[in-house]
Design a protein around this ligand. Structure first.
Ligand code: ADP
Length: 741
């Protein structure tokens, strides 16, 4: 409800109460005047006896005070003996005193219990109206017959029905306006009680009046049924209260076993406790706010001293809530401004202690659950994001956990891994056998190759630990680390060590041998022999120098081409034919085996000449090394590649070729196709790696095509320059070729 409608309702409520009061009082005066002119039942006294008036005022005041509060859901009504007083006053007092006396008594009782002005005005107005209309009906229906005639009794009956109807309807209207209870609900709630009380009014009131003149001694007994009725109401009311409380306690029991958040539990439990104990307000404090009540908190409810009361509270009791880790919460219930008075009964205190204990245990349960949920979501995040694969297998090999990384490494999806029938993929077979083999709680590690379902082979390091959950069968926790690239690097490294030591030792032997020869027999040798020996030493030393230089280069180049680009100085324009001529001149021994096809016109390219020559020499040297001694090798220059932007040099041999699998790998650092143990040819596995790095650094590329057994073609492309090439010859067209051997 919005504030404005609430404000509007309040105003309406005040207006209705005003109307009820005014109409009630006007009815009283109107009926009092009217009945002066109507025939009153025969036998009604016409003389006013002041003592009787006083007696009825007192009786009305007392009757209204000894009420029984009957609850109807959230509303309550006080059932009183007021109706009895009304009926007997109709029969005993003349108008207007039969109307004035009960209403006066009611007013006094309202003052005595200090009802609010609103409530008093409403009660007085409503009762005044009901009483006067009831009296009018009584007088009209009895129509001057004897006051105990059938007609008069019918008149009384109808009068009390009118009394009940008027009161019930006004009450329903006020409940609708103040609490939103529908008129129908309210009427249904109060109707039976109102009618019963009206009947009791006639039964007790009329009989008492009839019996009194005959036998005053019997008069007190006429009240016995009324007392019995009152007792019956009281016990019904008490029972209803108990039932109401039990209903709320059951609600509370449901609340504490529910799966919910702490906030919901504390608000709902506070509300249920408030209702169960009939308090005006209640709060459940689970945080540091409970500390405010520290000095009074105990297992049993304790009164909260005035200085500790929350704002606008007038009284309270507090009970301790024992939470996890020795923390203390508080359950506080009591009354505040505008609430009806309340206190905690002795028996209630014991129940409240139990209620507090069950709320505490529910809070601990929820906190425990929240902690578990947080913990397991952390674990889940770890399992999901860690780069190593994690799996959990039961003793019969069923997979209960298969992390995303595990699926990535093994190529086996979690759904396939969890399958209990059908074909089992190789990685799972391996993991199962490792898991089955390990029964110890010590971690066991093994390195195994696995074949993924897509055929790719990977090397993995598998770690298995057998975990024994507190309740349940042991499970194997398997972690898998992908060591494929590490294993490959390790292999390459050991190959490299074998290769390099061989490479360094090979030239060292002739150097040492010739040096010793020169030392021992220098004088006895001919000039030619000496020259030959020195030449050989120089050549082998050169070879070793180159090897060391290659090693240094390779160790500096990181694969990002940055260092390679530093190695190659800034490219300048050159004729590619000059580069090729220089490179091939390094191989006089190849003689006619080596042919060069080149265009007649210059092929201007941008390059670092020294490095470009190094690349081509390397390709020619490999071609010679990896093909039979008489197989031809040709170098061919293509002036245009990638449209006009680049030029290309092919080095073509008819040698052993390279298998498809090795084709790209020959450009890897230290990679040699040949088994490092047999090593028919020497080499470091660095040449092509360095050559490609340099080519890329110069804006070009180095590629290979090959068919095993028939030969290979290595192609170096370099960016072309349109001008400034230091062309030596510029005749003919670009397509004119010349062959040199
Ligand atoms: P190295 O020749 O020192 O071993 P490279 O990097 O120059 O190192 O070559 C790497 C590997 O590539 C060689 O070991 C060889 O197996 C293979 N290879 C290179 N060139 C050829 C070729 N023309 N024909 C066949 N195999 C070759």
């Amino acid at each position: 409800m919005s504030k404005t409608t609430a404000g509007y309702r309040d105003q309406l409520l005040v207006a209705v109460v005003d109307v009820v009061f005014i109409v009630g009082m006007l009815s009283l005066v109107g009926v009092a005047l009217l009945v002066q002119h109507l025939p009153v039942p025969v036998g009604s006294p016409t003389q006013v006896q002041p003592v009787w008036i006083l007696a009825f005022v007192a009786a009305a005041a007392i009757a209204e005070k000894v009420g029984v509060r009957v609850l109807h859901g959230d509303q309550s009504e006080d059932l009183t003996f007021f109706e009895i007083v009304i009926v007997s006053s109709f029969l005993v007092l003349p108008a207007p005193w039969c109307l004035v006396a009960p209403i006066l008594g009611l007013a006094i009782s309202q003052l005595a219990v200090r009802r609010s002005i609103m409530k008093s005005a409403f009660n007085l107005g409503s009762y005044a109206m009901a009483t006067s209309w009831a009296y009018l009906v009584f007088v009209l229906v009895s129509n001057g017959t004897d006051r105990f005639s059938a007609r008069s009794v019918l008149g009384l009956l109808l009068a009390m029905i009118v009394f009940a109807v008027i009161n019930t309807l006004w009450l329903a209207l006020i409940l609708y306006l103040s609490q939103g209870v529908t008129v129908r609900e309210a009427v249904e709630g109060f109707w039976t009680m109102a009618m019963l009380m009206s009947g009791a009014g006639i039964g007790v009131g009329a009989i008492a009046v009839a019996v009194a003149p005959i036998s005053p001694a019997l008069l007190p007994f006429a009240l016995v049924p009324a007392l019995a009725l009152w007792h019956a109401y009281r016990s019904v009311a008490t029972e209803m209260q108990v039932r109401e409380r039990n209903a709320w306690l059951v609600t509370l029991a449901g609340l504490v076993t529910q799966d919910q958040s702490l906030e919901t539990l504390s608000t709902d439990a506070a509300d249920a406790v408030r209702q169960a104990f009939g308090a005006g307000r209640a709060i459940v404090l689970l945080d540091e706010r409970a500390a405010r009540y520290d000095e009074v908190l105990d297992e049993a409810p304790q009164a909260v001293p005035a200085e500790l009361l929350p704002e606008s509270w007038t009284s309270a009791v507090a009970v301790r809530l024992d939470l996890a880790d020795g923390r203390r919460g508080a359950l506080v219930l009591g009354t505040g401004e505008g609430d009806k008075s309340w206190s905690l009964g002795e028996q209630d205190a014991a129940v409240l202690t139990t209620v507090a204990a069950s709320i505490s245990s529910a809070v601990r349960g929820i906190e425990h659950r929240d902690a578990l949920v947080e913990e397991s979501s952390k674990l889940k995040a770890v399992v999901e994001h860690v780069s190593d694969g994690i799996a959990v297998l039961t003793s019969n090999g069923t997979v209960t956990l298969w992390s995303p990384a595990m699926a990535r490494i093994t190529g086996v999806s979690p759904s396939v891994a969890a399958r209990t029938s059908g074909e089992v993929p190789d990685p799972l077979v391996r993991l199962r056998s490792l898991a089955a083999g390990s029964a110890s709680q010590r971690a066991e590690t093994a390195e195994v190759p696995i074949v993924r379902p897509d055929g790719e082979q990977r090397d993995v390091s598998v770690n298995v630990v057998t975990a024994r959950p507190a309740d349940g069968d042991p499970v194997a926790v398997v972690t898998v680390h992908d060591i494929t690239s590490q294993a490959r690097t390790d292999r390459l490294k050991s190959d490299f060590v074998a290769t390099i030591s061989h490479e360094l030792r090979t030239p060292l032997t002739p150097i040492k041998g010739y040096a010793q020869l020169l030392l021992a027999r220098y004088d006895k040798m001919t000039d030619e022999q000496r020259e030959h020996a020195l030449g050989l030493i120089a050549e082998r030393a050169d070879h070793m120098g180159r090897l060391v230089e290659d090693l240094l280069m390779a160790s500096r180049a990181s694969g990002t081409h940055t260092l390679a680009s530093k190695l190659a100085s800034a490219p300048t324009p050159h004729d590619l034919r000059d580069v090729v001529a220089e490179a091939t001149s390094n191989f006089p021994a190849l003689g006619a085996r080596l042919t060069v096809d080149q265009p007649l016109a210059a092929v201007p390219v941008f390059c670092d000449e020294v490095r470009a020559v190094q690349i081509v020499s390397n390709l020619v040297s490999n071609a010679a090394k990896y093909s039979p001694e008489d197989a031809p090798i040709s170098v061919r220059i293509h002036p245009s590649e990638f449209g006009e932007s680049h030029a290309r040099v092919d080095v073509i041999d008819r040698g052993q070729g390279i298998s498809q699998d090795d084709l790209e790998r020959v450009f890897e650092r230290f990679y040699r196709v040949e088994d490092s143990l047999t090593m028919r040819t020497s080499g470091s596995g660095l040449g092509l790696y360095i050559a490609r790095e340099l080519a890329v650094a110069m804006g070009g590329a180095l590629t290979v095509t090959s068919s095993p057994g028939r030969g290979s073609t290595f192609s170096l492309t370099l960016p072309r320059t349109e001008d400034g090439a230091k062309s030596t010859t510029s005749t003919g067209t670009d397509t004119a070729y010349a062959r040199t051997a």
